[in-house]
Ligand binder design. Structure first.
Ligand code: DGY
Length: 427
């Protein structure tokens, strides 16, 4: 462990602290992001427990309620919470059509890591009283959020939720979304991207991607955020194995949290969702890649791409042997796990989710491998992550072949993963 790196990581979180929430990085992402917040909380937990709980509570304070937009979307935790104005990001607070909200947000969600991160935070809490009080406040909100996922994104109770926007997957420009995005029209309205003011275009999605995500954002506003309309009209509908795995794991952890807070009926309700997903997920297995993949709900086709989302199945707790797929990923990229395996025709080493390594994904995949007894693979992923932290610091993502840092600098969740990993090893 390097005390210098630990200090630097803490400094990244403190510098990105905007008072109760942590921005991912200055300029490029000046608001609170959903799955970033949960990972940041894990990092704060290693040196400021009160601040860690506050991160989660600030995010959940922006959850939609039954007073918002007819109540159909009550429980939506949006992918961005705009606690303050900033003009360095597109699409910012004025673009989503949510001005009526007490805290303006986007109109889509992101992978729901929260219940799992809360459980991990609880496991290492030194101030048990404060942790217990925070968990009692947080669990009812997490229940509302998980119910939102199952109610609005799986209305027929298939066991497999769908996402309605690539940003909802968190893995924005993954090659798995190329085919379903092809069907989405390009917007004809003018807009100005701000991401290219901060990061080189070679590391970001192209214009053809932005034209479509803007179309999808505008379509939600035109549907008045009514979940039934959004599903009826939605041009992008995907069973994302990343979101399905993260939600599944989080629901299992929420069952435990419900029991800790004495809410047995909710624990049973969530267990029923766990059973449904376990019975359904086999339909997403790819014999070609020996891992789970996503599926296009509108065409019924598997989106047969070897992405890191499919390696989250061990973390989810799905019974499937992904050893060969993980080894293949690691063998193909010296600094893996790559977000897309290099053998895929869609691999681009430096472009966001089409190749680069992301440290929070490494953490989740490694944890799943450890839990399924693959100690050797766990150690390989952890070792690769350590080399990246030591060699390139706290960038947003990393080049899987050279280990160089890519995207935004001084990135909060990368620093948070480092702090968590170091603390877990020391424990
Ligand atoms: C972006 O703007 O690139 C974000 O990933 C969307 O959440």
């Amino acid at each position: 462990m390097s005390m210098k790196l630990v200090e630097q990581a803490r400094h990244v979180l403190r510098a990105n602290d905007r008072g109760g929430y942590t921005i991912p990085t200055a300029g490029l992402y000046p608001f609170q992001w959903n799955w970033d917040a949960s990972v940041c909380a894990l990092g704060w937990m290693t040196f400021d427990e009160a601040r860690a709980w506050l991160e989660i509570e600030t995010l959940l304070s922006a959850m939609w309620t039954d007073r918002d937009y007819g109540g159909g979307s009550a429980g939506l935790v949006a992918h961005i919470a705009f606690h303050q104005d900033a003009d360095t990001y597109f699409p910012g607070p004025s673009e989503w059509g949510t001005q009526e909200l007490a805290i303006r947000t986007s109109s889509i969600s992101q992978p729901p890591l929260h219940a799992t991160m809360v459980r991990w935070m609880l496991d290492r809490a030194r101030d048990a009283q404060a942790a217990g009080a925070a968990v009692r406040r947080i669990v009812p909100k997490l229940l509302a959020h998980h119910r939102w996922w199952y109610r609005t994104r799986d209305p027929q109770g298939t066991g497999l939720v769908r996402v309605l926007h690539p940003w909802e997957t968190g893995m924005d420009n993954s090659p798995a979304w190329d085919a379903p995005l092809d069907r989405v029209p390009c917007t004809t309205r003018a807009y100005r991207r701000r991401d290219l003011d901060h990061v080189d275009a070679s590391m970001r999605p192209p214009k053809s991607f932005y034209d479509r995500v803007v179309f999808l954002m505008d379509a939600n506003r035109q549907a008045h955020f009514d979940p039934a309309q959004m599903i009826r009209l939605g041009r992008f509908q995907v069973n994302d194995i990343g979101v399905i795995s993260i939600l599944h794991r989080a629901t299992r952890d929420l069952v435990t949290l419900c029991r800790l807070t004495g809410d047995e009926p909710s624990a049973r309700e969530m267990e029923e969702q766990v059973r449904r997903t376990e019975a359904a997920v086999g339909a997403l297995w790819s014999p070609r890649w020996k891992q789970f993949v996503s599926r296009d709900v509108l065409s019924g086709e598997l989106l047969d791409q070897p992405t890191s989302a499919g390696l989250l199945s061990a973390y989810a707790g799905f019974e499937a042997d992904i050893r060969e797929a993980v080894m293949d990923s690691l063998d193909q990229a010296p600094y893996g796990i790559p977000s897309t395996r290099p053998c895929s025709g869609s691999y681009e080493a430096a472009r966001y989710w089409r190749g680069p390594v992301w440290q929070h994904i490494n953490l989740l995949v490694a944890r799943g491998l450890q839990e399924q007894g693959h100690a050797d693979l766990y150690e390989r992923v952890r070792f690769n992550s350590e080399r990246l932290f030591e060699g390139a610091g706290f960038h947003e993502y990393f080049h899987p072949e050279t280990g160089s840092g890519l995207g935004g600098k001084d990135f909060s969740w990368t620093a948070a993963v480092y702090l968590h990993w170091i603390a877990a090893q020391a424990a």
